[in-house]
Design a protein around this ligand. Structure first.
Ligand SMILES: [Ca+2]
Length: 136
């Protein structure tokens, strides 16, 4: 595992790799999927993000996350591996849909986002094929 962020009151990576997120903006910790306090980050859509800079490049990978959108109709990134060269991918809320945007093209629309509900999203790439998964 490259990094793991359970958000147990902070944005630390719980692997031994030390890839802690730095918190930007005025985001705050809030109740998580299991209703435990301080186990998710709330983003108001204005200037808030978490970032780590030392993730290496991989030929294949899987990224997964839980998201609970409060509103739709806007464009909000939930995970992005984009860098200055424009390579990578992004898991986002695009209008009313959960969506995966790939720098190499071939975007994936996952499903209509259910508001105020936790949704699990995963994206896997094996070096050739990209697959998006969604579950509630
Ligand atoms: Ca903000």
């Amino acid at each position: 595992m490259v990094a793991y962020y359970p958000f147990n009151g902070n944005a630390k990576d719980l692997t031994s790799n030390g890839r802690d997120f730095t918190v930007y903006g005025d985001t705050t910790l809030t109740d998580g999927k299991d209703n435990s306090s301080n186990s998710a980050y709330y983003f108001d859509g204005d200037g808030d993000y978490l970032e780590t800079a030392n993730i290496p490049s991989f030929d294949n990978y899987t990224i997964s996350l839980w998201a609970k959108p409060a509103s739709s109709g806007t464009y909000e990134a939930m995970f992005s591996s984009y860098n200055d060269s424009g390579s990578g991918f992004q898991i986002d809320l695009n209008g009313s849909n959960f969506h995966i945007r790939k720098s190499s093209g071939g975007n994936i629309v996952l499903s209509t986002a259910q508001l105020d509900a936790w949704t699990f999203i995963a994206f896997t790439y094996d070096g050739t094929n990209s697959i998006g998964y969604i579950n509630r």
